[in-house]
Design a protein around this ligand. Structure first.
Ligand SMILES: NC(=O)c1ccc[n+]([C@@H]2O[C@H](COP(=O)([O-])OP(=O)(O)OC[C@H]3O[C@@H](n4cnc5c(N)ncnc54)[C@H](O)[C@@H]3O)[C@@H](O)[C@H]2O)c1
Ligand SMILES: [Zn+2]
Length: 404
């Protein structure tokens, strides 16, 4: 037998900026040339949905490359491809990423720069990771969800056989660049969505961050840029910290703590044919798991109530009609448990939160207790929906840009 350990040391970096393509912002050029005066070749892919709301982006990218004094060579005009979840269902788009990489002779020392939402980055990232066994990739996530969560990870992939992320690779990008200015063109709903992943990662890893989110709930609810920036920054940092220090960056095990609240969420998204957004579904999924934890004696009721308050305060609903039983009495959402197990592989492992900032893995979910948690949640939502006027003293003070 010949046996050797192969040790790899990856550097995974996320950098934050404003105005990525402003002529005087040298960040991208520095990242692609390691500060040297080399000329780096890059091919840029832009999410069509993003471009529709940022019509100047194409010209800005070209002008930027031009202004870098020969350090950056744009091998072609930026390539515009559709984004959103639908792009992960179209294999021809992966092929068109390969086509472009091939046409312009990109090698393993050239860069693909992908600018767009999490779905677009997953699709282009898969194309880049499989061309020449991996062309360097710069990811520029442009949604709150992808800047704080999906876009800062080390995975890519597209949907196949009707299954989400069935084809894909683990591949550490050259760098991830979060430009907060891109968030301005998102709808309010899309901008809010990313806040929930910040609450999620705070709950499983960082009590102090959770407190900061709570202290700034009014500003977050108002989607104030400074508050969003604070939430996304720390969320991204905690996600990267988890990947780097959690002991399983390429997910060989069955536990995925970052998927807290996600077994319900994935199922709700599917049952609603994606009418419920990912963030909205995670909000409800965490609420179910928190009340389940109370029923199971894992979490105290007042802490669960405090977290549900925050989720509502930042603008998420805790109930969806897709949680209701179907006409045959069965609740579709319960199938989410087994589907989640299949998705992660191996033994069922669900992460729960026994206290703010801590996590606990369980390997069974008692369906009757889930039913009770759902009843508790519905009861809470119903009792609060009788629109009682809020007493003056309890009204939230107006949002401020001063973060506390
Ligand atoms: N690779 C990972 O580790 C990982 C982790 C979590 C999620 N994901 C994936 O991320 C995807 C979801 O990503 P998402 O939440 O960013 O949504 P998305 O990529 O589906 O984007 C939503 C919509 O917003 C548009 N858009 C993007 N940026 C915009 C902007 N700044 N202004 C206006 N419109 C803009 C897109 O064109 C799209 O239509 C899913 O496919 C999910 O599987 C990946
Ligand atoms: Zn998520």
């Amino acid at each position: 037998m010949i046996e050797r350990n192969i040790q790899m040391d990856y550097r995974h970096r996320v950098v934050f900026t404003h105005g990525l393509f402003a002529a005087n912002n040298s960040l991208l050029a520095d990242e692609l040339t390691d500060g040297a005066d080399d000329c780096s070749r890059m091919l840029v892919f832009i999410d069509e949905g993003l471009l529709r709301k940022n019509e100047d982006l194409l010209e800005a990218v070209e002008a930027y490359a031009e202004a870098q004094g020969g350090r950056l060579k744009l091998v072609a005009r930026p390539v515009i491809l559709p984004g959103g979840e639908a792009c992960k269902n179209e294999w021809r788009l992966v092929e068109s990423v390969w086509d472009e990489i091939n046409r312009y002779g990109l090698c393993r020392h050239s860069y693909v720069v992908a600018i767009g939402g999490g779905a677009f980055l997953d699709m282009v990232g898969f194309g880049a990771a499989t061309a020449h066994r991996g062309v360097r990739l710069v990811r520029v996530p442009t949604t709150t969800l992808s800047q704080g969560d999906g876009g800062v990870g080390v995975k890519n992939g597209v949907n196949h056989f009707g299954k989400k992320n069935w084809v894909g690779t683990f591949s550490v990008p050259h760098v991830v660049i979060n430009d907060f200015d891109f968030l301005e063109s998102l709808s309010e709903r899309d901008r809010r969505d990313g806040i929930i992943e910040a609450i999620k990662v705070a709950l499983i890893r960082d009590a102090e961050f959770y407190q900061r989110l709570e202290n700034n709930s009014a500003a977050l609810a108002a989607l104030e840029p400074a508050a969003l920036e604070m939430a996304i920054r720390r969320s991204a940092e905690l996600h990267v910290e988890h990947i780097a220090t959690g002991g399983d960056p390429f997910e060989y095990g069955s536990a995925r703590p970052l998927d807290f609240g996600h077994w319900v969420a994935h199922k709700l998204e599917q049952l609603s044919a994606f009418a419920v957004s990912h963030g909205e579904a995670v909000a409800i999924g965490m609420a179910v798991d928190l009340l389940y934890s109370v029923r199971a004696g894992i979490l105290d009721e007042s802490t669960a109530g405090r977290i549900l308050d925050l989720i509502e305060e930042v603008g998420f609903d805790l109930w969806s009609t897709y949680l209701e039983p179907a006409s045959d009495g069965g609740r579709g959402v319960l199938n989410g448990i087994e589907e989640f197990r299949e998705h992660l592989g191996g033994q069922l492992t669900i992460t729960l939160v026994p206290a703010i900032g801590e996590k606990l893995e369980v390997h069974t979910m008692d369906e009757q207790m889930v039913e009770l948690a759902l009843a508790d949640l519905k009861q809470r939502v119903l009792s609060r929906s009788s629109s009682m006027p809020v007493p003056e003293g309890q009204k939230k003070s107006p949002a401020t840009t001063e973060l506390v």
